[in-house]
Design a protein around this ligand. Sequence first.
Ligand code: NAD
Length: 309
Amino acid sequence: YRLSLEDQPSGGSLKMKKVGFIGLGNMGLPMANNILNAGIRVNAFDLSRDAMKKADELGMVTKSSALDVVENIDALITMLPNDTAVESIYLKEDLLEKISKNTIIIESSTINPEVSKKVSKKATEMNISILDAPVSGGVKGAELGSLTFIVGGNEADLEKATPLFKIMGDKTFYAGKAGSGQIAKLCNNMLLAIHMCGTAETIAMGVNNGLDPAILSEIMKSSSGGNWSLEKYNPFPGVMKEAPASNNYSGGFLNSLMLKDLNLAEELATQSKSNTPMGKLARELYKELNNQGFEELDFSSIQQNYLDK
Ligand code: NAD
């Protein structure tokens, strides 16, 4: 169910003074910047020198390792690309040994729910509060502080994290026990891939039959074919000025990340014996797009594979 952030206790006495942030990429840097702009000090670390330079220029305190980030912080946020990075931070280093027991950990990367559960189990055994809290809303949402957090873990820990969720986002959903945030996020992204592919192939069919893509999009958006891709993220260049499609498919959510999420969704389907033929097909289509060398383009660029080249 959705928690309205307005209705959530703001954390009262748990006022945040200093936050650690690891992973300052496309998403992490603007998220950390919003925390900084809310008057909270930010200890920052990223493996990339370029990311560290940007963090420093914005006024964050850059640290030379993940271990250094966790000194005297009220909360730790990680926004990392994949399982390996999350495992290396939480399971291979002594970070959990070093972190104060009062710290709330918000792990916001999109990763395998099993890895999420493993990390959560280790933290919980050490009496450290941790939430898996992957996000939806993209780079724009990260910049505007309007992300949606999809949270798993101990419900009682939500209150501690709420002040930060409020700064970085405007919606929070509690999905259930540890790992549930990741499961819900993978379900969402599999559906996103499916309706993006469906939207792109449908617009192409209309265009191949002489229709104007903008008019067709408007008709479908207001009819029973309406969906998020048509409303917010039209994949056909020129239909929606602000969408990555009208900006050479730059910015936004990379094809490589979408493929990663579809691979994770397929693992989840296999392990839970779920029948997901559409999810599998979407994965094949994104695998092909990545193999063609378009890993760095936005995921709506799937449109190009339906058009005459
Ligand atoms: P990104 O690749 O831009 O950033 C990841 C950052 O983590 C990089 O700066 C990298 O140097 C750093 N990093 C990697 N390993 C590290 C380590 N061991 N220690 C410290 N830093 C390390 O990725 P992103 O777009 O910011 O995405 C981050 C996560 O959020 C991913 O899991 C992604 O699936 C998810 N996500 C992304 C979007 C989006 O639109 N980009 C939307 C929702 C969720």
